[in-house]
Write a protein that binds this ligand. Structure first.
Ligand code: PLP
Length: 380
């Protein structure tokens, strides 16, 4: 937050800063989806909908998940929410009693840890190192389970690391969860953004036992460039879906009717635009990773999905750059913004000390210029 507000202030002051903090696609919502929203208003789709979302949207979710992930859900097992973030909150709300433990692999998306705390749960952070490709192993998972463990939050592909789990890795995790009756909140919001021809495996597709314990989280924000429309969804067994829908009913009432209409069109319409955006992200990733790894002092793993890169700063710790002693990722990010005129996100907030996150949801020109600036910043 500190880096972001400084970045915005510098921009407002007319300074030529470049931001790599974005958590949303820089593309516009495709035209046919926008048209569906406009048409919804014109046709007076402007009233309350069922709490769990319209049958049209929930059926579109079922069809999309069946086609893309090979998992069968019924509309009554789907809860449409005001964004995937809200779906994660409702899943935790439905599962967690005060004092229950929720296992959270680090590096993690910042909201998870706060959401666990908001429902009175206890986050149990299990760190996966860069050498482990930032992925939770079955051994580490098994070691973290106690009689109080209620759930695991798994984000695949991951924000902030961009790493994706293979089917075999997920099967190992599922085995441990099924043996210990641990629910899995599987946040698959980046499932449409995988690179190098990788095939996505949804946690619920692993086995009927895994599906019974899964609360699948997804939404239209990332794959369809629809962050502001605020539509996400959860798929779960009948009992959990019902509890989550009750929470929607008595809090937000339902997601926005107009957005639900547009989301249904996004999910059920032609998917070519999605592939165009995915390809553009892959090209940017290739360029960013290749250049970053040629710059002395920093390095990164090649992310397999999403639109983030974690840059490793360990070699810079203790060095003085542009008159600033780099003691950690916060200090680096502050100096890189003030003196290098580039905003990146410090890793500490993600549970990843001595890393910073770059988002490549920005133009190729910005990526080129950002890396030129990194080179100049480190060279002096
Ligand atoms: N889950 C993850 C891992 C995310 O990175 C984000 C957004 O940054 C979300 C969920 C939130 O998505 P939505 O816009 O649908 O709430």
């Amino acid at each position: 937050m500190a880096i972001d507000s400084l970045f915005k202030q510098m921009k407002a002051d007319g300074i030529d800063v470049i931001g790599f903090g974005a958590g949303e696609p820089d593309f516009n919502t495709p035209d046919e989806i926008k048209a569906a929203g406009i048409q919804a208003i014109e046709q007076n789709v402007t009233r309350y909908t069922p709490a769990a979302g319209t049958v049209e949207l929930r059926q579109a979710v079922c069809d999309r998940i069946a086609a893309d992930c090979g998992v069968q859900y019924k509309p009554n097992q789907v809860v449409a929410t005001s964004g995937a973030k809200h779906a994660v909150y409702l899943a935790l709300r439905a599962l967690v009693n005060p004092g229950d433990e929720v296992i959270l692999p680090a590096p993690y998306w910042v909201s998870y840890i706060e959401l666990i705390r908001m429902v009175g749960g206890v986050p149990v952070v299990v760190t996966a190192t860069e050498a482990e490709h930032f992925k939770l192993s079955k051994e580490k998972l098994a070691a973290a389970i106690t009689p109080k463990t209620k759930a695991l939050i798994l984000n695949n592909p991951s924000n902030p690391t961009g790493m994706a789990y293979s089917r075999e890795e997920l099967e190992d995790i599922a085995q441990v969860c099924v043996a210990n009756d641990v629910y899995v909140i599987s946040d698959e919001i980046y499932y449409g953004l995988l690179y190098d021809g990788r095939k996505f495996t949804s946690f619920a597709s692993l086995s009927p036992e895994a599906k019974e314990l899964t609360i699948l989280i997804n939404g239209v924000s990332k794959s369809y460039a629809m962050t502001g429309w605020r539509i996400g969804y959860a798929c779960a067994n009948d009992r959990i879906a019902k509890v989550m829908a009750n929470y929607v009913s008595h809090s937000t009432g339902s997601p926005v009717a107009i957005s639900q209409k547009a989301a249904a069109v996004a999910l059920s319409g032609p998917q070519e635009k999605i592939e165009e955006m995915r390809k553009a992200f892959e090209e940017r990733r290739n360029y960013l990773v290749e250049r970053m790894n040629r710059i002395p002092g920093v390095s990164c793993l090649c992310p397999e999905g999403a639109f983030y890169v974690m840059m490793n700063l360990e070699q810079l710790i203790g060095k003085t750059i542009q008159g600033v002693e780099i003691t950690d990722d916060d200090v680096f990010a502050d100096a890189f913004l003030k003196k290098g005129l580039v905003a990146v996100v410090p890793g500490a907030g993600f549970g990843a000390k001595n890393f910073v996150r770059w988002s490549y949801a920005t133009s190729m020109d910005n990526i080129r210029e950002g890396l030129d600036r990194l080179e100049r910043f480190l060279a002096e």
